[in-house]
Design a protein around this ligand. Sequence first.
Ligand SMILES: CSCCC(=O)C(=O)COP(=O)(O)O
Ligand SMILES: [Mg+2]
Length: 230
Amino acid sequence: MIRVVLTDIEGTTSSISFVHDVLFPYASEHLPRFVREQHQDSPAVSEQLDAVAEVSGVAREDVEGLIQVLETWIREDRKETSLKTLQGMVWEQGYQQGELKGHIYADAADYLQRWHDRGLRLFVYSSGSVKAQKLIFGFTTEGDFTPFFSGYFDTRIGGKKEAVSYRNILSELGVEACTVLFLSDVEAELEAAEEAGMQTAWLVREGDLPKTERFVARDFAEVDTLLQKR
Ligand SMILES: CSCCC(=O)C(=O)COP(=O)(O)O
Ligand SMILES: [Mg+2]
């Protein structure tokens, strides 16, 4: 029986377009100034720049060079933990100033509340940092959804296409793999979760449905039919 729902964000609870056409451009616009202003005074920013320097090979003292690396990584949609952490810090300002409002699909909003009220435990696993996850769900156009979640995981637990990441999540949760349903729009992530023993549902919100043995859902109402059966 499924007792835990672990959900991806982009393409699953929230639109790809919101992440790529709103959040990423906001980070591109504001991150350079944020880094220039904070890199000397904020240990948290400095720590992430250490990581950018290590991964990219650009000298740590070359702050403008590190900013260029970050801008390239945003364009390439790289899932580097350092970039994701810095993006979360920049988006925090945007949400708090009212410039950003998180997108959540109406069906996701509806069923997250229903599943929570039914006693399922809900967790998030996204490449966006835990801070960014709490922000997108805390400041949605439909209100604050953070009270429904029991916890959050980001790439510090491992990459989303690696089975070991899902095993790490299971050991943090202390539950049997077969009691967890993972929701995502990316097949490679579903494969990794299945390798760790989790059940999965593939969210395909637009376009043709794939030919697959996997459980495929257009929205969370269809995911609910699976939850009612298992
Ligand atoms: C937490 S909102 C920003 C999402 C993000 O930065 C991202 O890279 C999308 O990752 P996901 O794992 O949710 O597809
Ligand atoms: Mg996704």
